[in-house]
Design a protein around this ligand. Structure first.
Ligand code: IMP
Ligand code: MG
Length: 221
């Protein structure tokens, strides 16, 4: 098949998903008391990411891509996705020159999205004028962060913009925004691990897990 046939396809994690007991996997000792269940084990994240890389190269291949990492939460997904794109570049007839860029946004305090999205660092977006940009994000919840970034970016006239998000939350707070590529659609839970944080904690956890209520108090600011 040709064309962007897999766009908007995603692995749906249902509301009654039980996930896995913590004892079945390795989690850091310092987080054992803080987590309820493992929802997406690291291996499954990697397998899904490998396929997203293939879909992206199929759709954007032939052009130079600037991969724009939304920090901090996007850094693990960004690094692993780019490794898979690099592997395809090394092993396929079609290859995509890749350069990288970073932007730092902040919208969260504790487990609540604040209504303001702040750009708190990164390169000048004006360097993206005329480029094919792939925005790499960890999770889309209300969609406000991505809509803000897309509108900032459009002022710089990039040639093409695509968005890949590892996770998309099913929530009534959503603006309806959907990224071009999505790893998993998840229930309306607060998730941590694989660089997703709660007040900066849990980025050093490999699996995506549910935080328990006690931990929300323990790490509150
Ligand atoms: P949005 O603007 O509401 O779409 O929120 C997007 C940002 O909020 C993401 O880039 C994350 O940094 C953060 N976020 C949303 N949900 C979660 C979560 O469940 N765990 C950790 N961070 C989250
Ligand atoms: Mg983020």
């Amino acid at each position: 098949m040709t064309g962007p046939c897999n766009m908007n396809l995603t692995c749906v994690i249902p509301d009654d998903e039980k996930g896995y007991e913590l004892d079945l996997f390795c989690v850091p000792k310092h987080y054992e008391e803080d987590l309820d269940r493992v929802i997406i084990p690291h291996g499954l994240i990697m397998d899904r990411t490998e396929r997203l890389a293939r879909d992206i190269v199929r759709d954007m291949g032939g052009h130079h891509i600037v991969a724009l990492c939304v920090l901090k939460g996007g850094y693990k997904f960004f690094a692993d996705l780019l490794d898979y794109i690099k592997a395809l570049n090394q092993n396929c007839d079609k290859s995509v020159p890749l350069t990288v860029d970073f932007i730092r946004l902040k919208s969260y305090c504790n487990d609540q999205s604040t209504n303001r999205v702040k750009v708190i660092g990164g390169d000048e977006l004006s360097t993206l004028t005329g480029k094919n940009v792939l925005i790499v994000e960890d999770i889309v919840e209300t969609g406000r962060t991505m809509e803000t970034l897309l509108s900032l970016l459009s002022e710089c006239n990039p040639k093409m913009v695509k968005v890949v998000s590892l996770l998309v939350k099913r929530t009534p707070r959503s603006s309806g925004y959907r990224p071009d590529y999505m790893g998993f659609e998840v229930p309306d839970w607060f998730l941590v691990g694989y660089a997703l944080d709660y007040n900066e904690y849990f980025r050093d956890l490999s699996h995506i897990c549910i935080l328990n209520e006690k931990a929300k108090v323990k790490y509150k600011v």
